[in-house]
Design a protein around this ligand. Structure first.
Ligand SMILES: *Cc1c(COP(=O)(O)O)cnc(C)c1O
Length: 345
């Protein structure tokens, strides 16, 4: 199989970690492993003196945890609704009865930062919710500019960095992010099933709300202080996470980011060669989203017959290829050739 979804192709020895008997987790060994995971994650995202909450859920679980424990503490939120993931923040606020201002951004467009600042200034909101990389289109937003606007108008900043963490430059303290959310199967490129909430030192001063039992921050924080989670963790995913983070520590975050960037740039040259339009004004390194011209309805199924996976979308002709996993230039050449053949059949 060749997969260009999330996660992408994973190293065999990391896959093997989850193919063995499962060790018991209420032990010194697991507590140490989790404390090390926390330390390495905080270092990778540039969050000094912060804490990480570990959830056995997909990324949306961690987004909901932030809404019920943190956003619920404030009167009003401001949502940058730049696609289906931005819209998820709005849906979560609706679901939990939290008032918000919806700032809609057209598909794959960058932000109009002066318009954003005007809307934020007149919104009366206390907390801004956004994505770093809107994975439905491939568009990357400028967190330093968003953060500047938040600081000037007194808003806290919550960012879903699920699909940018480890692929695009990110520095939680430097960018003034109060809370960030990530998950296992994107930049970390390990199996889906674990999600992380990064709490900055500033966010830790909050008297958190208690909007749900399973994801409660206070319970999670008292447990992680001793390297444990309140409920059964996805033990093997946290073991794979540890191995991944040790590799990143050895090689450096910069190198991983550089590798994603090189794969993305190579694939984008192939897109250009085949005439596939990339709509994102400022694309993330994690993924390339592109439009094919013909036979769009056949591409996913024909690739699947060849045991190749790309990510389709609700938008006709629009496909997405991840760059977070193992992929050589030859792999990307073959992928582009295969798509082009189906397109021109
Ligand atoms: C993948 C992703 C999520 C999480 O989606 P799940 O379906 O819960 O895995 C959230 N936000 C962004 C930007 C994503 O790319």
């Amino acid at each position: 199989m060749k997969t260009y979804a999330f996660p992408g192709m994973i190293e065999e020895d990391i896959l093997d970690i989850a193919a063995r008997q499962i060790p018991y987790m209420r032990t010194e060994w697991f507590s140490t492993l989790m404390k090390e995971n926390e330390r390495m994650l905080l270092k990778a995202i540039g969050c000094r003196g912060g804490k990480v909450l570990f959830y056995t859920s997909s990324g949306t679980g961690a987004m909901e945890a932030v809404v019920t424990n943190y956003v619920a503490c404030f009167e009003k939120a401001f949502v940058i609704d730049g696609g289906s993931f931005g819209h998820r923040w709005a849906e979560l606020c609706d679901y939990h009865g939290i008032g918000y201002v919806d700032f809609t951004v057209p598909f794959a467009h960058g932000l109009d930062y002066s318009l954003l600042e005007e809307s934020v200034a007149s919104s009366g909101a206390d907390v801004l919710l956004c994505q770093h990389h809107e994975t439905s289109s491939g568009q990357l937003f400028d967190l330093s500019r968003i953060s500047g606007i938040c600081r000037r108008h007194g808003l806290r900043l919550v960012v879903d960095v699920i699909s940018s963490f480890l692929s695009d430059h990110l520095d939680m303290d430097g960018m003034g992010i109060d809370i960030a959310v990530a998950s296992s199967q994107k930049g970390l490129n390990i199996p889906p099933g674990a999600a992380f909430v990064f709490l900055s030192q500033a966010a830790l001063d909050t008297d958190f709300a208690h909007g749900g039992y399973y994801f409660d921050f206070k319970t999670g924080l008292s447990n992680i202080a001793r390297g444990q989670t309140p409920f059964s963790p996805a033990t093997t995913i946290f073991m794979q996470l540890h191995e991944r983070l040790e590799r990143i520590e050895r090689e450096g975050v910069e190198k991983l980011m550089e590798s994603a960037r090189a794969k993305a740039e190579y694939f984008r040259r192939l897109c250009k060669k085949h005439g596939w339009m990339i709509p994102a004004e400022n694309p993330s390194n994690a993924m390339t989203g592109f439009f094919v011209d013909r036979n769009a309805d056949k591409i996913f199924a024909e690739l699947q017959k060849m045991d190749i996976y790309v990510m389709p979308s609700g938008r006709p002709g629009f496909f997405r290829v991840s760059h977070t996993g193992l992929q050589s230039r030859e792999d990307l050449d073959e992928l582009a050739e295969a798509i082009s053949k189906i397109e021109n059949f």
